[in-house]
Design a protein around this ligand. Structure first.
Ligand code: NAP
Length: 303
């Protein structure tokens, strides 16, 4: 039987509907709600994210501003700019668009963010809270994976969960989130580029979460029968015809599509649940970013 699809869109819509009500209340109380996105220099991918963020904020009635800064900005200048956003009472959330130019120290800048305005939950204080399990906000992508697992209605007690990818925004926080007692202690294995036998770990995964950014990295024949597969990867690849040739659009340019890290079509014949890409983790990540934005505004109201 083909796998059930774990789609993020309907869950995201539900979260957004609840947020609309909370935003209405905040606005009636006269609370500011403004998300500021800091963009250093030009970056094509970031442009796309900024557009998506703006649209998502507008949809819910959250004010949104892009703060464009020159590529040559120094570390000190950026730190003091972040400090000015921290001090600005009208701004209730801050996003630092990544990647930053290589002459800037991203960790030092993340540390300067006010933890109360840290909508991506990347400040060490918010990251550290994942260990104690007393977070008010969660890293959105890790949170999205957890919501999708919950929606599959599985008891995670003693389950073998394998995460592929150990980045600071996905793999690492997700491993900590899954170890919180709320999830009845699954066994969590985190794989990365230096993992010696990736296929060995994938074969024994009852739940597999992949966040790498390499199309087709996970071959369907290495999956355990009945596994739950959450594909976080987003890759832009050319569309190919049956003979492996690039398909062109009406203007003669190669057509592109978005795919994940898992060999989706074959994998869905083997696993019990799988996320589509696009339409799985992505929409939920955006919804949870908005949820954090509202949560941050509420935290500043009481602090
Ligand atoms: P990242 O910072 O580049 O991290 C990739 C991770 O994969 C690293 O831990 C890396 O290990 C590991 N890795 C690389 N090659 C590997 C291999 N052959 N085998 C095993 N592990 C390997 O990327 P990221 O920011 O976490 O994002 C990962 C993917 O998720 C990207 O496609 C990104 O676009 C997508 N993403 C999606 C969402 C969403 O909402 N859907 C949100 C965030 C990210 P080393 O560090 O040891 O090299």
């Amino acid at each position: 039987m083909p796998a059930k699809l774990l789609e993020g869109r309907s869950l995201a819509d539900k979260i957004k509907e609840e947020l609309k009500k909370e935003i209405e209340v905040l606005k009636k109380e006269g609370c500011p709600l403004l998300l500021a996105a800091v963009q250093v220099g030009e970056d094509f991918a970031s442009r796309v994210y900024l557009k998506q963020q703006k649209k998502a904020c507008q949809e819910l009635g959250i004010d949104y501003q892009i703060k464009e800064l020159p590529l040559q900005i120094t570390q000190e200048e950026l730190l003091s700019f972040i400090e000015s956003l921290n001090q600005d009472k009208k701004i209730t959330g801050i996003i630092l668009q990544m990647p930053l130019p290589s002459h800037l120290n991203a960790h030092q800048i993340q540390m300067r963010l006010s933890p109360l305005k840290d909508v991506e939950s990347i400040h060490p204080l918010n990251m550290g809270r994942l260990i104690y399990g007393d977070n008010k906000i969660f890293p959105p992508t890790a949170g999205a994976v957890v919501e999708l697992l919950k929606s599959a209605g599985q008891n995670l007690k003693g389950k073998e969960i394998v995460i592929v990818g150990h980045s600071e925004i996905v793999g690492k926080p997700l491993s900590l989130l899954l170890l919180q007692s709320e999830f009845s202690s699954p066994t969590v294995t985190v794989c990365h580029i230096a993992t010696q036998d990736l296929a060995f770990h994938i074969r024994r995964a009852e739940i597999l979460i992949v966040a790498v950014g390499k199309p087709q990295l996970i071959k369907a024949d290495s999956l355990k029968e009945g596994a739950i597969v959450i594909d976080v990867g987003i890759n832009r690849v050319p569309v190919l015809d049956g003979k492996g040739r690039e398909v062109l659009d009406e203007r003669g340019r190669p057509k592109f599509q978005i795919v994940g890290d898992v060999e989706f079509e074959k994998a869905k014949e083997i696993c019990s649940y799988i996320t589509p890409v696009p339409g799985g983790v992505g929409p939920l990540t955006t919804a949870l970013l908005l949820k954090n934005t509202v949560e941050c505004a509420k935290l500043q109201k009481v602090s």
